[in-house]
Structure formats: structure tokens, C-alpha cells
Write a protein that binds this ligand. Structure first.
Ligand code: GCB
Length: 604
């Protein structure tokens, strides 16, 4: 799926701004609100999560449908062009109406979808209405629990608890754009760069939609370097281009070529599109994670798309600052916990040379464990009850379709903390891992991130994946306040993994301690800045002893909002930065460690 850009043949209009907004108590669709202009609305920023900026409990905690509406005017110059409405993310489900007519629906809150609008109509003005639903249950990703209860004196109380540890922000959270293409156009581009001993090789595949098949169309492919010089040319829908004097894309030292595809009809330019492409290889071999054939060490974070005011809403300034802060710390990577992040951020990571583990929204896929409450029940197997499988396939397909060409993406994470210790996990995940491998033209490694109950004895999925990803909180949830014991327990678990999966690389995808900025004690005590620094230190002492340990991602980059529960005081405070991006002491400590660890050859 191509990101909308301006080219000689394409235009993009950003539909961000103030939209009309209204909560729905359940009558909206029945009463066909889409037929008329919405009434009794309030202004709402798009993109943004609606929750915090509505400034009312009713809006913040609303469960169900919300309505967004705007009117657009299509400029005359776009008459006869193909017009596409592109919604970057509507969390979690959306139905789209244009002038009261239903045109599209989409499930999944973290990936884009498109709908073609007719452009030949005489009507320049169009009313766009989007109904967004934020309910999460056992068929959605992420997973939630939906409950209704009759309470005396109140009536029906609706509860929608996330089965995960972040606030269920919703709405039109990413950019909404209207873009144009010619009627015959480039539909998709698939790029497989290879790094060879004496240069590079790029395999490409361009898919097109042509107005008439009889006409003589020619696809021309060009590879252009950062100075704008054409370094290779090809013809046809697919082919290979070799590059001499190759500049590689390296972590923290990115070099991006531009792959330009053009459809020509004789001398006439029909359509053209430009896709950035970095040449780098990725491979798991001999217990190592190789980037450009060199053993890479992941230093960085599990993150969230989360900031004050906009919530999970797209925030370009925050994205720029976060990646700059990571570079300041000597970090080289992050995981898109726990959903695919915006396309704009992925493009920025390509450019900044930040390595990304790209994760699906499959979080909370465990019906006997609640990440929000920490509670653990043992009922029937998760896998006989959960209804996420088909949607899980869809999000994997769509995430790979969107992100397949990104140089920054070096690994796919199929899920976070699913019930991988329960019977049935292997059967659930085997087809999903196979699908990931089949769909990714660049054959990147695959991981499934596991939690503490997925022990070396119980885990069912380790054999399916290339890298073991552990979320482990020894010294926090386990052995709270006992860092000496925590260290022994962590070392013992890693040793048991080395035994169970000899030679398989492993990394810590989460480890962290809640820390209130400004809390200090002489004797490091939980929640103080001293404890967070010591907690990280004992973890690192263990990591450094394991030869097949390929990286450390601290949980979390910054403090973030969660739902209300007894474990969270105004959100999750495991950030190394506060929610406003001020450093805690650990940021300085980590900076010392990471700037002293090279990106390559740390363990050899
Ligand atoms: C986890 C989850 C993450 C939570 C974190 C915590 O294992 O993957 O979403 O926020 O623990 O802080 O408890």
C-alpha cells in the first residue's frame, strides 16, 4: 500500500483540522444520522484522540460510536482525476459515508484504509461522515472485555475494560488525506534490496491499474541517489537493478535511495511515484542478529504513541523529539509496542536510521491474564475462547502490505504477551508465523513477545520464531524490592532458555520499574529514581553474561496514560522520560551505558 505523496501526476490534500464531533448513545445508525448534516456537535481536532480534549468524563470514557463530519470542496483541477480518501487510522472500527451514502467500513484501529470517491460529479462539495467505534472485546485487536450491568438507581452501566495496560484512546487518530492519481496508475511497489560483496541489487515489482489494456503502456524504473543522480534504470513491471559504489543503510547512519516508477504511454507521462529505499541486509544466523552481515545489538525502548493532550493522536513534533532523544541516549532501536505506528513515524525512522521491530495490535490475547490488573485466573484455554484469529491474519497482511519496503523494519512481532504458555498457542500461531514469512518479500525474522508465565518449561511457541523476545520484570513484579534475588532469578531463567533453545538469539523486549520523577531515597526504594537506575543496572549485569543475548529494550521510553486501576497512579510510570519528555536519572545512566556500547560486535 503506497503512502500518499505529491508527484508530477499526483496531488494530496490534508483534511486535518477542526471537524464536527458528536457522541452517540446508540441511536445514531438506527436514526440514520448520516442522512443529514450532524446537529448539536462540538468542534474536534483531527487527527487526535477525542478523549482528553473533550474536557468531560462523558467524552473521555465514552463507550460505543462517535461521529465525525466535515465538508470538503474538491478543486476543479482534480476533475477527471481518480480521487482517494485515505484514513490513516480510525480506532477501532469505522464506517464512512459520503453525502449520506455508505462507502466503506474498516476494522482495526492502527492501519490505514482507503476509499475511492467519484470525481466526475458536478458537485464540488462533499460531506464526509465517519462513525468510529471504540469497543474492544474478544474479537478485536487489542483485546478488551465488554460488560453491561443494571445498577439500581442508575440503569444500564456499560464497562469496556482494556485487557492491556494503556488507555483506550480512540477516534480519528492519524492524518486523513484526499489524494489523486490519474485513472491509470501505479497501485503498489514491492522492493527487495540486497547487499552484495561489490555493491547492491534491487529486485522490484510494480503493480498497475490501467484504463485500457490494449494501449501500449511502459513502466520505467529508476534508482536515484541522495544527490539526485540516476544510478540504475529498468523497464517493465518487474526486474532487477544492480548498483555499484553502493551506500548502505546502516543503523544511525541512514542512506536512502529513491525508487521511481513511471508509467509512460509513448511520450506521454501517465503516472509516477517515488518510494524511499535503503540497502541493508537482515539475517539471524549462529545466535546473532546480523544487519549488513554484522552482529547488531539492539539498544532502545518499547514505546507508545502517547503524549499529553493529543493522547494517541498523531503528533509530528513529539515524533521528531522522541527519535532525537533516542539518538542523544545512544539508542538505536524501538519496538512499536503494541500496534503499528503511523506511516509518518516509520518514514522518519528510515531517515534517522533508527531500527524498528514492527508489532501488530495483538495485545491482551490472553483471557486468563489481565495486564491492567495483573490478575491471573485459570479458566478454559484462551485458545478455545478467543475470536481474534481471522482479524489477526488481516492485520498481519495489512501491516506487511503497508510497511514491507521500510529499511528501518528489521523484524516483525506477531503478538505481545499472548497466552503462549497454554495448550493451543502453537496451533494458533503456526499459521500466523507462516503467513508473515510468506507475505514479507524481504524475509525478515519473526518474533512473538512473551511474558513471565511463558517459562522455558511451558512455552509453546519458541520453536516457531527466530528471536526470543522476553518481557520480564524481575525486581519489579517479581521479587519486588529485592534486586539481589531478582538478579539470580533472571540469570536462572536465561540459562534455562539457553538450554531449551541452544543458539537461538534472545533479547529483553521489556524490563522496567515504575518511577515517580523527583522521588529520591538514600537507600534505593521502589518508585524512586535511584531504584529505577539500580534495577536497570542489575538487569544489564545479567544480559552482559549471555553470549546469545542480542539486545535490550527498556519499558518504557516515556510515562504513558493507562486506564484507572489500583496498580496505576495517573498512568504507567516506567518511562525513562516523563510524559512531557523530561529525563529521569535513568536516562543519564542509560546514556552512559549505551554510548559506550557499539551498535555492532558487542557480544563478539
Ligand atoms: C507488560 C506489557 C506492557 C505493560 C508493562 C507494565 O508486560 O507488555 O504493555 O505496560 O508490562 O508496565 O506492566
Amino acid at each position: 500500500m503506497l503512502y500518499p505523496i505529491f508527484t508530477e501526476t499526483r496531488g494530496v490534500l490534508n483534511l486535518g483540522g477542526i471537524w464536527e464531533f458528536k457522541l452517540d448513545d446508540g441511536r445514531g445508525l438506527k436514526d440514520k444520522w448520516f442522512e443529514q448534516k450532524l446537529t448539536d456537535t462540538i468542534p474536534m481536532a483531527v487527527p487526535a484522540s477525542f478523549n482528553d480534549i473533550g474536557v468531560s468524563g462523558e467524552i473521555k470514557n465514552h463507550v460505543g460510536d462517535v461521529w465525525y463530519e466535515t465538508e470538503i470542496t474538491i478543486p476543479k483541477v482534480y476533475k477527471n482525476e481518480r480521487l482517494v480518501l485515505r484514513i490513516g487510522a480510525a480506532t477501532h472500527k469505522a464506517s464512512v459515508y459520503v453525502d449520506g451514502v455508505f462507502v466503506a467500513e474498516h476494522k482495526g484501529g492502527f492501519l490505514p484504509f482507503e476509499v475511492e470517491l467519484s470525481s466526475d460529479s458536478e458537485k464540488a462539495k462533499r460531506r464526509i461522515t465517519i462513525v468510529v467505534n471504540n469497543i474492544i472485546d474478544d474479537s478485536t485487536l487489542p483485546v478488551g472485555v465488554y460488560e453491561e450491568e443494571e445498577v439500581e438507581g442508575i440503569g444500564k452501566v456499560v464497562r469496556n475494560m482494556p485487557n492491556f495496560d494503556f488507555f483506550n484512546y480512540a477516534g480519528l487518530q492519524r492524518p486523513i488525506k484526499l489524494y489523486t492519481t490519474p485513472r491509470s496508475y501505479i497501485k503498489d511497489i514491492e522492493l527487495v534490496p540486497q547487499v552484495t560483496t561489490d555493491g547492491g541489487l534491487l529486485s522490484y515489482r510494480v503493480s498497475t491499474v490501467l484504463e485500457s489494456v490494449e494501449e501500449d503502456y511502459l513502466v520505467v524504473a529508476q534508482l536515484i541517489d541522495e544527490e539526485g543522480k540516476n544510478v540504475a534504470t529498468g523497464e517493465g513491471l518487474q526486474g532487477e537493478m544492480s548498483v555499484s559504489d553502493l551506500r548502505r543503510w546502516e543503523p544511525l547512519n541512514a542512506y536512502l535511495y529513491t525508487f521511481k516508477a513511471t508509467i509512460m504511454k509513448g511520450e506521454q507521462l501517465i503516472d509516477t511515484y517515488e518510494e524511499p529505499i535503503g540497502f541493508r541486509s537482515v539475517e539471524v544466523r549462529d545466535g546473532k542478529f546480523l544487519i549488513n552481515d554484522k552482529p547488531f545489538y539492539f539498544k532502545g525502548f518499547g514505546k507508545h504513541e502517547d503524549s499529553p493532550i493529543a493522547g494517541r493522536g498523531f503528533n509530528e513534533a513529539v515524533n521528531v523529539m522522541d527519535l532525537r532523544l533516542m539518538k542523544w541516549m545512544g539508542a538505536n532501536s524501538f519496538r512499536t509496542a503494541h500496534y503499528p505506528y503511523s506511516e509518518e513515524l516509520m518514514r522518519l525512522a528510515d531517515r534517522e536510521g533508527i531500527v524498528v521491530i514492527d508489532e501488530t495490535p495483538a495485545v491482551g490475547v490472553h483471557l486468563n491474564f489481565s495486564a491492567a490488573s495483573g490478575g491471573f485466573t485459570k479458566e478454559d484455554s484462551t485458545w478455545s475462547r478467543i475470536k481474534t484469529f481471522d482479524h489477526h491474519k488481516d492485520v498481519l497482511n495489512d501491516m506487511i502490505a503497508r510497511d514491507k519496503n521500510h529499511a528501518c523494519v528489521v523484524m516483525w512481532s506477531v503478538a505481545n504477551e499472548a497466552a503462549t504458555e497454554e495448550e493451543g498457542a502453537y496451533e494458533y500461531f503456526k499459521p500466523l508465523v507462516e503467513l508473515t514469512r510468506e507475505r514479507d518479500p524481504q524475509s525478515r525474522p519473526v518474533m512473538i513477545v512473551t511474558f513471565i508465565k511463558s517459562t522455558p518449561e511451558l512455552d509453546k511457541i519458541a520453536d516457531l520464531i527466530d528471536v526470543l523476545g522476553f518481557n520480564r520484570y524481575y525486581g519489579w513484579y517479581e521479587n519486588s524490592g529485592e534486586l539481589d534475588v531478582a538478579k539470580v532469578r533472571l540469570a536462572a531463567e536465561l540459562a534455562a532458555w539457553e538450554k531449551r533453545c541452544p543458539g537461538k538469539p534472545m533479547m529483553m523486549t521489556e524490563y522496567g520499574a515504575d518511577t515517580i520523577a523527583g522521588y529520591h531515597e538514600i537507600v534505593p526504594t521502589m518508585f524512586t529514581e535511584e531504584y529505577q537506575s539500580d534495577y536497570l543496572k542489575i538487569n544489564h549485569e545479567v544480559f552482559d553474561q549471555v553470549p546469545t543475548f542480542i539486545g535490550e529494550h527498556v519499558w518504557n521510553f516515556a510515562d504513558f496514560a493507562t486506564s484507572q486501576n489500583v496498580r496505576r497512579v495517573n498512568g504507567n510510570k516506567k518511562g525513562v522520560f516523563t510524559r512531557e519528555r523530561k529525563p529521569k536519572n535513568a536516562a543519564h545512566e542509560l546514556r552512559k551505558r549505551w554510548t559506550a556500547i557499539d551498535d555492532f560486535y558487542y557480544k563478539t
